[in-house]
Design a protein around this ligand. Structure first.
Ligand SMILES: Nc1nc2c(ncn2[C@@H]2O[C@H](COP(=O)(O)OP(=O)(O)OP(=O)(O)O)[C@@H](O)[C@H]2O)c(=O)[nH]1
Ligand SMILES: [Mg+2]
Length: 298
């Protein structure tokens, strides 16, 4: 039996979280079309007859602009340490940028073997463009043992990728029980889904300045009651989240509740409140409180 750990690494928005969801076959990480969606290291566990792969979704590596960004970068870079393999994701629709170079610096310094995955190939009919991109991308990373062409959204090339990872990994015992698919709690998932719906429904600086804290998570046998605070960093952001006559927060709540009812397969009552905490993204104690980062960073 094979077993090992694989960190998904790349700049923001390349499709790391989409890929981990496709691989596991369930939603374990939130996804959005805005960069810097993922803030935590999220384990997704795949168990099959071949063995077990523990995938770690990580935040996109980027140049931090505030204290929260520094924390998130640290989560990403420290996730590489100790992995058996790095699955580096690149995005031809965005091209190669300074942030890819930043990724390659961290990856090359780690000296961990790399599988390179060129994602979003569903966007290309002309394979020559992808081939040109591949050559440039391969030059960035020193330790590539194989390159794959995939579409995380359409699950193209994903089975081949998984079987190559099993081939690569060493013999070993299961690291998690075979029925476990994530190392994250339902409470974490609830706060993330609320944040995903804010990312989907808002624009500009709002998506990035949000924190979500689950204050109550109680199952009374018939309904799961979740009460959560949405944290904004300026008082001017509060009316945007509330919307006209509360229409925005109602939409966020309904979208989140529907998703969570599907994920948890249970009836849910979701109650959301908006709170202002000035400049929370620059304050250590608030960052830890509002982002589920407390356990990750010591
Ligand atoms: N066309 C296409 N779009 C994709 C594919 N995979 C992901 N996307 C889109 O790319 C965007 C970013 O996806 P995410 O999975 O959130 O990206 P990420 O790398 O986890 O981003 P961060 O968490 O910000 O680092 C979303 O709009 C996805 O729908 C793909 O295979 N094809
Ligand atoms: Mg992500």
């Amino acid at each position: 039996m094979k077993s090992g750990t694989v960190a998904l690494v790349g700049k923001p928005n390349v499709g790391k979280s989409t890929l981990i969801n496709t691989i596991i076959g369930e939603k374990i990480a939130i996804v959005s079309d805005k960069p810097q969606t993922t803030r935590n290291r999220i384990g997704g566990i795949l168990t099959s007859d071949d063995g077990q792969i523990v995938f770690y979704d990580t935040p996109g590596i980027h140049k931090p602009l505030h204290r929260l960004g520094q924390y998130i970068l640290k989560v990403a870079t420290s996730s590489l340490v100790g992995s058996d393999l790095l699955l580096v994701i690149v995005d031809p629709t965005d091209g190669l940028r300074e942030s890819d170079r930043l990724v390659s610096n961290h990856v090359n310094q780690s000296h961990i073997p790399v599988f390179l995955a060129i994602n979003k190939i569903d966007e290309y009919e002309d394979k020559r463009l992808i081939e040109e991109f591949r050559q440039k991308a391969e030059q960035l990373f020193e330790n590539i043992s194989r390159t794959f062409f995939i579409s995380a959204i359409k699950a193209m090339g994903v089975d081949e990728l998984i079987s190559a990872i099993f081939d690569f990994l060493p013999e070993g015992e299961l690291l998690f029980p075979e029925d476990v698919i994530t190392d994250r709690s339902s409470r974490f998932m609830a706060s993330e889904v609320v944040r995903e719906k804010i990312l989907e429904n808002t624009r500009q600086e709002i998506p990035h300045s949000i924190g979500v804290v689950v204050q109550e998570f109680k199952d009374d046998g018939t309904i799961l009651k979740i009460r959560a605070d949405i944290i904004v960093e300026r008082s001017s952001q509060k009316p945007i989240i509330l919307g006209k006559a509360g229409s925005m927060i109602k939409k966020i709540g309904t979208d989140a509740r529907k998703d969570l009812e599907y994920i948890f397969d249970q009836k849910i009552f979701l109650d959301l409140f908006v709170k202002v905490r000035e400049k929370w993204r620059d304050k250590d104690s608030m960052i830890q409180e509002f982002t589920n980062l407390k356990d990750e960073l010591h």
